[in-house]
Write a protein that binds this ligand. Structure first.
Ligand code: LLP
Length: 425
C-alpha cells in the first residue's frame, strides 16, 4: 500500500498500526482505510487546482466518516443516487457543494436533490430537462450542467469508457444532441445552465485525453455562444485519474494535470475569445484507492493441476473487480516476513464459482500457510462500494487508522443483517 511500511518483524503496518494486529482485532476479511492518506490525497488535488471545484466521487467509497473527511478538506461531493445523497446529508455535508449525476435519475433522486438543495444537477438526457424543471418550486432556480460526449477514447476497460460515442452516458457533441439539450435548458426559466460536463472514463493515467476534451469542448462552447449569445461560467471535466495497482504502474499526477489542462484551456479559449470557465474535477479512485487495504486470512493452500491455489476468506463479494475488469493486484504476506516471495500462486476467494479469483499468478512466499494474513493494497476504491451479499458471506468491516490508532467505522455484516429485510411469510 502507498502508506504501508515494513516492520522489523517483516510484517506490514499502515499508519503505524501492524496489519496483523488489525486482522486479529477486527477479524477477516476486513478493510483498513488510512485517514491521513485520504486527507493528503484530497489536499493534493486542492493544492494543484486551488481555483477549481474538486468533487470527490462518492461512488468509489462512501461512509459518513469519509464524507466528513472530504468535507473538512474543502472538497465538493459527486453523488449518483438519492442513497449517496442522503448519506452525505446525514453526515452533515452541505448540499450546495454536492453535484448529482446519473443517466437514469429516478423521481426520488430528483426530489431528494431539490429537497436537500444540491448545488448542481448534471443533466444526461433531454427528457430530464423538463422533468427537473417541473419539480423546481416557483421562484427558485436550479443550477445544472449538461453532460456531453466528446468522442474520446480513454479508460482502462470498455466498461468504464464514457467519453466515446455509442455508450449510454451524456449527449453527443458531434451528433447534435448536446446542442439540442442546451437549447432546451436555456428555454427553462427554472433551470440555470452553468456549464458543460464530461467524464471520459476511469483509470486514465495520461493527461492527453483531458487535453483532447478541452480541444473538443471549447469550440463547442464558442458555437453555443454564437447561437445563443451566452457564455457559461463552469466546465466540469469529470474524474478518471488512474492509480498504480502493482509496483511500477503509472499514476496520474494532479500537478501535471493542473498545469497542462489549465494551459490548454487558456490557449483554446483565447483562440475563440471566450472567457476561461472555472474548472471542476471529480476524482474518486485517486483519493480513496491507494488509501485502502484489504485483509484476508488464508484458509487453504493446495496444488491442483500443477497450480498452487491460496484460498482466502473473502473474494468476489468484497472485490468484484478482477472478475469484472480483469484487474491485476499485488498481494503481500502481512503478518510475518516469510520466505522470499518467489512462487507464482493464485489467490482465490471463497465463493461458489471458478471465476472467483482475486489475483492470478502473483509471487508469494513458498511457506504461505493457513492462518497467514494477506494484504491487498490499493483496495480503497470500488471494492466495498460494489460489494454484494453473494453466498450470504456478509460484507467486511471497515476500520480507519490515524495517528497510530485504529477505530471501527463500519462493523461486519452479520447473518441477521442479511435476513433483516425479509418479512414473515
Ligand atoms: N465522475 C463521474 C461522472 C463518474 O461517472 C465517475 C466514475 C467519476 C467521476 C470518478 O471516476 P474515478 O476518478 O474514480 O475514476 N467500477 C469501476 C469504475 C467505475 C467508474 C464510474 N464512474 C472500477 O472498479 O474500475
Amino acid at each position: 500500500p502507498a502508506s504501508a511500511r515494513v516492520l522489523p518483524s517483516g510484517g506490514l503496518a499502515v499508519g503505524g498500526v501492524p496489519l496483523a494486529e488489525l486482522a486479529d482485532r477486527f477479524g477477516t476479511p476486513s478493510y483498513v482505510v488510512d485517514e491521513d492518506e485520504v486527507r493528503a490525497r484530497a489536499r493534493a488535488w486542492r493544492a494543484a487546482l486551488p481555483d477549481a471545484d474538486v468533487a470527490y466521487a462518492g461512488k468509489a467509497f462512501l461512509t459518513r466518516a469519509m464524507v466528513r473527511w472530504v468535507e473538512e478538506e474543502g472538497l465538493h461531493l459527486d453523488v449518483c443516487s438519492a442513497g449517496e445523497l442522503e448519506l452525505a446529508a446525514h453526515a452533515g455535508f452541505p448540499g450546495e457543494r454536492v453535484v448529482l449525476h446519473g443517466n437514469a435519475k429516478s423521481p426520488d433522486d430528483l426530489r431528494t436533490a431539490l429537497r436537500l438543495g444540491v448545488g448542481r444537477v448534471v443533466l444526461d438526457n433531454t427528457g430530464e430537462v423538463a422533468r427537473l424543471a417541473a419539480l423546481v418550486p416557483p421562484g427558485a432556480r436550479q443550477k445544472v450542467l449538461v453532460r456531453v460526449v466528446p468522442g474520446i477514447e480513454a479508460g482502462a476497460h470498455a466498461a468504464v469508457r464514457t467519453g466515446v460515442e455509442g455508450q449510454k452516458f451524456g449527449l453527443s457533441v458531434d451528433g447534435g444532441e448536446a446542442a439540442d439539450a442546451v437549447a432546451r435548458v436555456l428555454g427553462q426559466p427554472r433551470l440555470e445552465l452553468v456549464g458543460l460536463h464530461c467524464h471520459l472514463g476511469s483509470q486514465i493515467t495520461s493527461v492527453d485525453p483531458y487535453l483532447a476534451a478541452v480541444r473538443k469542448l471549447v469550440p463547442f462552447l464558442s458555437t453555443l455562444r454564437d447561437v445563443h449569445g451566452v457564455t457559461f461560467p463552469e466546465l466540469d471535466l469529470g474524474g478518471g485519474f488512474g492509480i498504480p495497482y502493482r509496483d511500477g504502474e503509472p499514476t496520474l499526477d494532479p500537478a501535471e494535470y493542473a498545469a497542462r489542462v489549465r494551459a490548454e484551456l487558456a490557449l483554446r479559449c483565447a483562440h475563440v475569445d471566450l472567457p476561461v470557465p472555472r474548472l471542476a474535477v471529480e476524482p474518486g479512485r485517486w483519493i480513496a484507492g491507494p488509501a485502502g487495504v484489504a485483509l484476508y486470512r488464508v484458509l487453504a493452500v493446495k496444488v491442483s493441476g500443477g497450480r498452487t491455489f491460496v484460498a482466502v476468506d473473502g473474494g468476489m463479494s468484497d472485490n468484484p473487480r478482477p472478475a469484472l475488469y480483469g484487474v491485476r493486484y499485488t498481494v503481500r504476506l502481512a503478518g510475518r516476513a516469510g520466505a522470499a516471495p518467489d512462487r507464482p500462486m493464485t489467490v482465490v476467494g471463497r465463493h461458489c464459482e471458478a471465476g472467483d479469483v482475486l489475483a492470478e499468478d502473483v509471487p508469494l512466499p513458498g511457506d504461505v500457510r493457513p492462518g497467514d494474513v494477506l494484504a491487498v493494497p490499493a483496495s480503497g476504491a470500488y471494492h466495498l462500494s460494489m460489494a454484494s451479499s453473494y453466498n450470504l458471506v456478509g460484507r467486511p468491516p471497515v476500520a480507519a487508522v490515524t495517528g497510530g490508532r485504529a477505530r471501527l467505522l463500519v462493523r461486519r455484516e452479520t447473518p441477521a443483517d442479511l435476513w433483516s429485510r425479509e418479512l414473515p411469510d
